[in-house]
Design a protein around this ligand. Structure first.
Ligand code: NAD
Ligand code: 4TP
Length: 327
């Protein structure tokens, strides 16, 4: 089996993404890693952190050169200053993603691993953008994808992702919950080697609604969906009160958790694993993994950003590529 070729999108140029790429040659990867971004900017940021690392042009059809960083050039629109966001480069960040997505669709890349982007500055550039997850769904014509973070011994998937808290309840419908569980179940089987995954499903309200006295979404939406999918053979536990779902004794009884909204599940996971976790988009026709952290503008250009999460994201992408026969 040959090694997969992975696109590493360097992300927001004012953030830590380009710095993290400098750490990639520290390991011998069973993959060819191609960094997408502005060649001169990447070289400058890499050499500020790792002066001895060679930065070379990516040659399609070529082969990996151990110890060097291969760059697929995507030109900046404006000079990038570490720590200083510039809306002029909002489109640049999306150009990188578009090139990686095109390469994944065509088979040039086995998958893509994303360094962090800054959602706000892309919106400021005039492009409504709520995250890679939603952008990838649209770019690949996928009606529904599922965000899952992996780390600290946990897998935490979300029913809703980047939307205001006030809109969460209305967004959680029976069709959305049903389809989310189907995608989560299918991808746990395919990519995570779990033939019969047990999924712990959180309630939405305190104490999972306390029998309807603290909210009725559990009774109206969550319980009927779980009953229907259990009848089809899925192993689902819940709805469980979210405050005690993450107690180790409960957590160890499942293979993954399904949280109803972003900050119900992710703070727990990030508390346990920040800097070593992975964000993976389930349900896509392509492989996409990501770091678990943001642009860390305060650390950009300092050489102090921890590459642990990027390493974990690359590892998971390689594992998924093997599971899908993309090596
Ligand atoms: N995958 C992604 O693209 C992604 C993920 C999360 C957040 N974001 C975006 O990043 C931007 C900034 O978000 P934020 O400030 O909430 O979170 P952040 O993760 O950028 O920063 C939170 C804290 O963690 C530290 N930190 C982050 N990454 C680190 C690393 N690799 N090593 C050491 N310390 C690190 C930062 O210095 C900061 O103190 C926002 O626009 C957010 O939407 C993007
Ligand atoms: N929700 C993610 C997290 O907290 O790590 C992050 O915002 C990145 O999301 P995308 O993968 O959709 O960019």
């Amino acid at each position: 089996m040959s090694h997969p070729i992975l696109a590493i999108t360097s992300g927001e140029p004012a953030g830590v993404g380009p710095d993290l790429c400098a750490a990639l040659p520290r390991r011998e990867w069973p993959a060819r890693l191609v960094v997408l971004g502005d060649r001169a900017m990447i070289a400058a940021r890499v050499h500020a952190v790792e002066p001895s690392v060679d930065v070379i042009d990516y040659q399609p059809g070529g082969s990996a050169r151990p110890g060097a960083i291969e760059v697929l050039h995507v030109p900046l629109a404006a000079p990038a200053v570490p720590g200083r966001l510039d809306a002029a480069n909002g489109r640049y960040v999306l150009d990188i993603l578009d090139r990686a997505i095109a390469g994944c669709k065509s088979g040039e890349f086995a998958g893509m691993v994303t360094a962090p982007v800054h959602k706000g500055i892309i919106c400021d550039a005039g492009v409504p953008f709520s995250g890679h997850t939603e952008y990838l769904a649209e770019a690949t014509g996928t009606p529904l994808v599922v965000m899952m973070l992996v780390g600290g011994g946990m897998r935490v998937a979300l029913v809703t992702t980047h939307l205001p808290l006030k809109d969460v309840s209305a967004a959680i419908t029976r069709p959305l919950l049903t389809d989310t569980l189907r995608i989560l179940h299918a991808d746990l089987v395919r990519d995570f080697g779990l033939p019969a995954p047990r999924i712990l499903v959180a309630g939405l309200n305190p104490h999972a609604g306390e029998g309807g006295h603290m909210g009725t979404e559990e009774i109206d939406t969550i319980i009927p969906v779980l009953e229907q999918l259990r009848a089809e053979g899925m192993d689902l536990v819940g709805p469980l009160p979210a405050d005690t779902l993450f107690v180790p004794h409960t957590l160890q009884q499942g293979d993954a958790v399904l949280s109803m909204f972003h900050d119900q599940g992710l703070p727990v996971l990030k508390h346990a694993s920040f800097g070593g976790g992975v964000n993976v988009t389930l349900g896509l026709p392509i492989i996409r993994t990501s770091v678990d952290h943001g642009t860390a503008l305060d650390l950009a250009g300092s050489g102090r950003a921890d590459p642990g999460s990027l390493f974990a994201a690359v590892e998971l992408a390689i594992t998924m590529a093997k599971a899908r026969g993309r090596s």
